[in-house]
Design a protein around this ligand. Structure first.
Ligand SMILES: *Cc1c(COP(=O)(O)O)cnc(C)c1O
Length: 471
């Protein structure tokens, strides 16, 4: 399988090169040149597979023979072993009229673990074969940073530097990151905001000489391997439904950067019989507006109870837009340069109709997020985190408004114990602390506090790398 850019400016790449490139060199995003199709007979044959077996089937459609089967299976098994139930990974739980796909049983209790555990093993395998090194640099406001650290801790030929704003991430998130003491993990707390951290990362990547000399790379949500890894649980969710509930299935996805739901779109395109994908936003609802009105417009971000969905632009949206434009890279280029100039894209009526054949959307503001957590707990006894609650709110609205009987699967993207303040405020209940978070306060931690300047961070990275590789 070859990989191409949404903007058409990259020579077709192998899977392994696409993973190492991350963002396409022409500023676009990488996609497989065609979407493999899964037939009804194949799907039926996948019924009895464990999660790791299912992942191996799906990945090999995109990787073909670039990774020997036994090696791929070893990497998948090692990734799944980081989850509470390695053979299941993502259990489907029925609560009243809604099925919840629990994606939070990994080491940092959020769905990003599913892809980042695999990406860590994949990077390590590629680097050792190519005798290369990779130093990951990223800025985090919480979630992605800890999932990336857990994915890459202890891996050969990789170091990871994660910048967070000192004292401005939640205490649980800070401790999750800083209590990882592997020699290849460096937590940098800058005396500034999340935006300062992002600016520093951007400035360091813009210094191409520094970037190349220190083998710097990123692990953000635009890496193709992360999207690919997320396709699997859409199939796993559908296969866990009782056979009688497999028609008129909608999967509801709490969304920020459009990475998770885009994987669902690919699953549908591959042949998974879903009626629709339903996007759930919080008050930062540019994607809701796009799906319902055909206008994609940048906006300012307001803080909410579901911080991992607080986004201004959706970095994976361009991948979907490429298909909406009929795989016309020239049109994607033109529309995205218009977005740069005017801050908005408007699609035609016919295009909007196509969007709505695949997607529906809704959103939950802060009050309705907390109200949903409270009502769902009272009715079913199940505690939702605020991200998942946005999805459940939207699923209930759709069920109430639909004349036919829908099967709704809501993706649970985080464990409620990760957001205890919101859950307690909504319900008066402190979510039970899962083993991954137990004793977090007592664990030793390591981080370096630096001024929020690019030279200070560069100097730190250079010094640490020099110390790790004498000579
Ligand atoms: C990252 C994240 C999201 C948003 O996922 P996208 O792929 O960016 O749409 C939703 N919920 C939680 C808990 C997250 O960590």
């Amino acid at each position: 399988m070859k990989y191409i850019s949404t903007r058409g400016g990259v020579e077709p790449l192998s899977f392994l090169d696409a993973v190492m490139m991350g963002l396409a060199a022409d500023g676009g995003l990488l996609l497989p040149e065609r979407i493999p199709v899964v037939t009804g007979a194949q799907l039926a044959a996948w019924e009895k597979l464990s999660y790791p077996e299912l992942a191996a089937r799906i990945f090999s459609l995109y990787i073909e023979d670039e990774i020997p089967a036994a090696e791929l299976e070893r990497m998948i098994a090692a990734s799944c072993a980081a989850f509470d139930q390695p053979q299941v990974v993502a259990p489907l739980v029925q609560t009243g009229a809604i099925h919840i796909l629990e994606l939070f049983h990994g080491p940092t209790l959020a769905f990003k673990d599913v892809a980042l555990q695999f990406l860590g093993h994949l990077f390590a395998w590629i680097l050792s074969r190519r005798r290369e090194k990779l130093n990951i640099l990223g800025a985090t406001s919480g979630d992605t940073g800890s999932a990336a650290i857990y994915g890459l801790r202890g891996k050969e030929n990789i170091n990871i530097f994660i910048i967070h704003p000192h004292g401005r991430v939640s205490p649980v998130q800070e401790r999750q990151m800083t209590s990882v003491l592997d020699d290849n993990v460096f937590n940098i707390a800058v005396e500034g905001s999340f935006d300062d951290g992002q600016r520093i990362v951007k400035e360091i990547f813009a210094d191409l000489d520094f970037k190349l000399r220190h083998h710097l790379g990123a692990v953000n949500s635009i890496n193709w391997a992360r999207v690919m890894a997320q396709i699997v649980y859409y199939f796993a969710a559908w296969l866990q439904l009782p056979a009688t509930a497999r028609e008129k299935v909608e999967i509801v996805v709490p969304s920020g950067n459009f990475g998770n739901i885009f994987a669902g779109y690919l699953a549908k395109k591959m042949g998974l019989p879903l009626k629709r994908l339903v996007l759930a936003s919080n008050s930062n609802n540019i994607l809701y507006h796009f799906i319902t009105s055909g206008v994609y417009q940048r906006d300012t971000v307001v803080p909410t109870w579901s911080p991992s969905m607080d986004i201004q632009v959706a970095s994976n949206f361009e991948r979907y837009f490429y298909y909406l434009m009929g795989e016309d890279a020239g049109e994607v280029r033109r529309q995205f340069s218009r977005l740069d100039q005017t801050g908005r894209i408007t699609v035609t009526g016919a295009e909007q109709q196509r969007v709505q054949e695949d997607f529906a959307a809704g959103y939950a503001d802060n009050d309705s997020t907390l109200a949903t957590i409270a009502a769902f707990q009272a009715e079913t006894g199940y505690l939702l985190d605020p991200h998942t609650a946005a999805g459940v709110k939207v699923a209930r609205e759709r069920q109430a408004a639909s004349r036919e009987k829908l099967t709704s699967i809501c993706l649970a993207t985080a464990h409620p114990a990760k957001f205890p303040a919101a859950v307690a405020r909504a319900t008066g209940i402190s979510p039970p602390v899962p083993p991954a978070l137990q004793g977090l306060e007592q664990r030793p931690t390591r981080m370096t506090v630096l001024p929020a300047t690019t030279p200070a961070v560069k100097e730190f990275i250079a010094a640490k790398l020099a110390a790790r590789e004498p000579g």
